[in-house]
Design a protein. Sequence first.
Length: 81
Amino acid sequence: VIVDEVQDFTQVELAVAILCTSCPENIFFAGDTGQTISAGVDFRFCDLKSLFHRFVQEGWEGFPDPDSIEVDSLSINYRSH
């Protein structure tokens, strides 16, 4: 499952997206923290990782180890090239 423009999602919306998948370890989130357009949303990828920590702590089944989740950043803006 691919979820794009995650910088415009609230924490609740991100949690719902995660819970709607049958296999949370196969979800891919993409977004640009510099392009947030939603008022009141201050997105950071570390907040997304904290959702996975919370699900694991609460005993939800099928969630990957939050410390194994990778956050990769693009160093080149491909829209400008």
